[in-house]
Design a protein around this ligand. Structure first.
Ligand SMILES: Nc1ncnc2c1ncn2[C@@H]1O[C@H](COP(=O)(O)OP(=O)(O)OP(=O)(O)O)[C@@H](O)[C@H]1O
Ligand SMILES: [Mg+2]
Length: 308
């Protein structure tokens, strides 16, 4: 079921020469975890702010749960958990618990409910002993964790997280991944920006890639990676450089790229058979060999570097 539908939204900031966001459209279904990727300044935060109506779009519409919320965000906010850049979704003079009660209350939770859920969340992240410490006195990573807990406090239908991994250690990141997967399994739609490709690849089922304000790629992660890895790729480390005749032999069945001295990548051509290539490899002065699995970072590089 489509939870959020973003249709042709655009934004030019005052005094700017070019559009920060240009004609961006996408959907988030319930249960989706959508990774919203793009280089610095690509337009991710601006898009999220337009969805939340914190920045008013010049054009386009935002539909949440079947209702047009483009210029009226109350219905959306009641049902959405939000982590903004720099954990700006909290009162910093208050403690985590006070924030949970306040922000939970805004979304219809009683004080008791908010406290109970807040305790469960803090416990998951191992931060229960900080529940009455003001946010200003927490470490940067802890502030981020509490910001994430605040976004999750009222069991929203939609979760919007702007760079939640920022400042988190490995353990906190893993706990967050678990929580997000649980929410998604319960039908929550999640839209998350990140610069960490590994995190995106681990968690998301769809990716959106934005560059210079335009959506340049959008697909399911599984499909994208399957397509990307259709070609078998070997990375070989050689004890001596390839001779001209060895190169010629290889090029008959593989695409050949030199990475550094003595290190080559061989991409098996579609018409070549694997046994033919393996025989070829066995005749080379190889010190080590590995198969290469291409990841989301390659898609990112392809779509963001070619436009520069
Ligand atoms: N308040 C603002 N006033 C004017 N221009 C802005 C404002 N906020 C963002 N911009 C511009 O809009 C463009 C998109 O910025 P945005 O913050 O949406 O990028 P982003 O993709 O979130 O980048 P990052 O990964 O660095 O967070 C940039 O060119 C930026 O300079
Ligand atoms: Mg941003």
């Amino acid at each position: 079921m489509t939870l959020l539908s973003v249709n042709n939204i655009q934004k030019t900031y005052q005094k700017a020469h070019k559009k920060a966001v240009s004609d961006v459209s996408f959907n988030v279904d319930s249960g989706d975890i959508v990774a919203f990727l793009g280089p610095n300044g690509a337009g991710k935060t601006t898009t999220l702010k337009m969805i939340l109506n914190l920045v008013s779009p010049d054009e386009g519409t935002v539909v949440f749960d079947g209702k047009d919320v483009t210029h009226n965000n109350l219905f959306l906010l009641k049902n959405t958990g939000v982590l903004l850049e720099g954990s700006r979704n909290m009162y910093w003079a208050l403690s985590p618990m006070e924030n949970f009660v306040y922000w939970g209350g805004q979304r219809g939770l009683s004080k008791k409910e908010a406290e109970k859920r807040g305790e469960t969340l803090l416990k998951q992240f191992g931060l229960l002993d900080k529940k009455y410490t003001s946010i200003t006195r927490l470490s940067r990573g802890m502030q981020q964790v509490v910001g994430i807990c605040c976004a999750m406090i009222a069991e929203p239908k939609l979760l919007i997280l702007d760079e939640p991994t920022l400042g988190l250690d490995l353990n906190a990141t893993q706990i967050m991944i678990k929580s997000l997967n649980m929410l998604s399994a319960n039908g929550v739609g999640i839209l998350v920006t990140t610069h960490q490709m590994e995190f995106a690849q681990e968690i998301a089922n769809k990716i959106l890639l934005i560059n210079h304000g335009k959506l340049v790629f959008s697909n399911s992660i599984k499909d994208s990676l399957e397509k990307l890895n259709k070609q078998e790729i070997f990375e070989v480390h050689l004890t001596q450089e390839l001779t001209a005749s060895e190169k010629e032999n290889i090029l008959a069945s593989c695409e050949l790229t030199k990475k550094t001295d003595g290190v080559y990548r061989l991409g098996v051509k579609p018409q070549a058979s694997l046994s033919q290539v393996l025989k070829l490899l066995s005749e080379l002065p190889i010190s080590s060999i590995q198969t290469v699995t291409r990841g989301l970072d390659e898609i990112f590089k392809y779509y963001t570097e070619k436009e520069k």
